[in-house]
Design a protein around this ligand. Structure first.
Ligand SMILES: [Zn+2]
Length: 487
């Protein structure tokens, strides 16, 4: 298939295109299994194949995709892409340029001990039902376990000489339980099951005994919520546990620092960014305790895919260093456009974040793993012990966010009141709000390595037509001073 891809690229080059690439998805497989109250709720097995061809002609993109895998059909799709680029070039205001990148001939495979697609669906279901049976309670309305397994074989070839093969394996498993509290309101606890094996994304993770412990913990947390006191309106310190830190980082650092968004490409759909090009190297984004990265090299994350869909090898880019804004989430096209617009070289190389949901989508800038460095303020117990009046918050329940990511209001599934350095009790219906920059400036405690966790995110939407992307956030537990909390 590589030689077939190379032949198409050679054909397009002879037609005079400035640049061409092809992504062939030889086989994309997805298996979804979910349970509810001890029964199978859903089973779905999907497989597909196809390819997308992208060309640059007269400084404009043209793109075409197809499921017909013959050499003749690929050439035909290539011609369609050229025609579309020629048409688009009549309307562009500025010619597209691509930054330099290394020419690579390489391959990448997600680390995996047991390929989920080598395990029978009956075996998988048996394990999910075992976890389901540990989660339920007669006081609950419903509960269950869901797991999605993904495997993709992708070939990438471009007109600059790169040839890349990838085998990507991903696992998305969740626990959930819902119940009605003493006021007749619905309460829930959900949990993304962590991947325990040593840097792998395979079926072995769901066999880990610790997953049983999580069902027990979730069950007891939901029971404790049903008659817990409501969250009081006050200004106090907040400590964000990993799932809340992931959302906070995703919404107020990740989306705010996508370079295409900063340039206005998402204005008609998802919004803009309060960050502008003059802010890079100038803006103090948060306190000196904040160092954030766009790191595509973290093992064991759906945001780590070896190479992006521009064929750029994954990188670890420092976005914010000790509070100072330094870089963005970037691709080959956007850094050229941003540098031209600013009249200076703000960005030196693509951050390898150009990704497409499928063979039939054009790649756009996406978060890979937007991470925060661990700090030196001790473990979770030490941070709680250092907090006189505060609240510990975990798991997003609902969220609203300014269109330029300038402010936010998040609700959490569960919280714990902290008084004089100790956890006092569980709290229901907790929310907190803030202005993004003020909030990150109030960061005053960053947990050590023992608190740092990788939180996968499986449903990030962006682009028109919309593309769903899977990614990660590696984050420590953090404390923020003087935050407004309440119902
Ligand atoms: Zn998102």
């Amino acid at each position: 298939m590589i030689s077939q891809a190379r032949n198409v690229i050679d054909f397009l080059t002879k037609q005079g295109v400035e640049y061409a690439d092809i992504r062939i998805h030889e086989l994309d497989e997805a298996e979804h299994i979910s349970t509810m109250k001890g029964d199978v709720e859903k089973y779905e097995l999907i497989s597909q194949q196809g390819y997308g061809i992208r060309v640059l002609v007269n400084g404009a993109w043209g793109f075409a995709s197809s499921e017909v895998m013959t050499a003749q059909a690929m050439e035909q799709a290539g011609k369609q892409a050229i025609e579309k680029a020629q048409a688009a070039s009549q309307f562009i205001q500025q010619k597209i340029e691509l930054s330099d990148k290394p020419c690579v001939n390489s391959h990448y495979r997600s680390p995996c001990e047991i390929d989920p697609f080598s395990v029978s669906s009956q075996t998988k279901l048996k394990r999910l039902l075992q976890l389901d049976s540990q989660l339920g309670d007669e006081k609950f309305d419903y509960w269950g376990v869901s797991a999605s397994f993904y495997k993709r074989h992708i070939i990438y070839v471009d007109s600059e000489g790169s040839e890349i093969r990838r085998e990507l394996i991903e696992l998305d498993a969740k626990l959930y339980a819902y119940a009605t509290d003493i006021d007749g309101q619905q309460q829930k606890r959900t949990f993304v099951m962590p991947q325990y094996a040593d840097g792998t994304t395979g079926w072995e993770n769901l066999l880990n005994d610790a997953q049983i412990d999580h069902t027990q913990r979730l069950r007891s947390e939901l029971l404790s919520l049903l008659d817990a006191p409501r969250c009081q309106v006050e200004t106090c310190d907040v400590i964000l546990l990993p799932e809340m830190m992931a959302l906070q980082t995703h919404e107020t650092i990740g989306h705010a620092l996508e370079l295409d968004r900063i340039l206005g490409y998402e204005l008609s759909y998802a919004g803009g960014s309060h960050v502008d090009l003059d802010d890079f190297g100038q803006l103090q984004f948060g306190s000196h305790k904040l160092t954030a990265r766009a790191d595509g090299t973290v093992p064991n994350s759906p945001g780590s895919i070896g190479f992006d869909d521009d064929g750029v090898p994954a990188r670890n880019v420092t976005l914010i260093e000790k509070g100072l804004l330094k870089d963005a989430i970037t691709s080959r096209q956007m850094i050229m456009e941003a540098n031209a617009k600013a009249g200076r070289a703000i960005f030196s190389a693509s951050g390898a974040t150009s990704r497409a949901q499928s063979y039939s989508n054009l790649p756009i800038e996406r978060m890979n793993n937007i991470n925060i460095d661990a700090g030196q303020d001790g473990d979770l117990e030490a941070i709680i012990a250092a907090t006189k009046n505060g609240i510990l918050l975990e798991t997003p329940c609902s969220w609203s966010i300014g269109s330029n990511r300038e402010n936010f209001h998040f609700a959490t599934e569960i919280a714990w009141k902290i008084k004089d350095g100790k956890i006092a009790h569980v709290v229901r219906n907790a929310t907190y709000r803030g202005d993004s920059l003020t909030f990150w400036h109030s960061l005053d405690q960053v947990g050590d390595e023992s608190t740092w966790q990788l939180q996968p995110v499986f449903m990030c939407g962006k682009g028109q037509p919309n593309q769903i992307m899977r990614l990660g956030h590696g984050i420590p537990v953090c404390r923020f001073k003087n935050v407004q909390v309440g119902e």
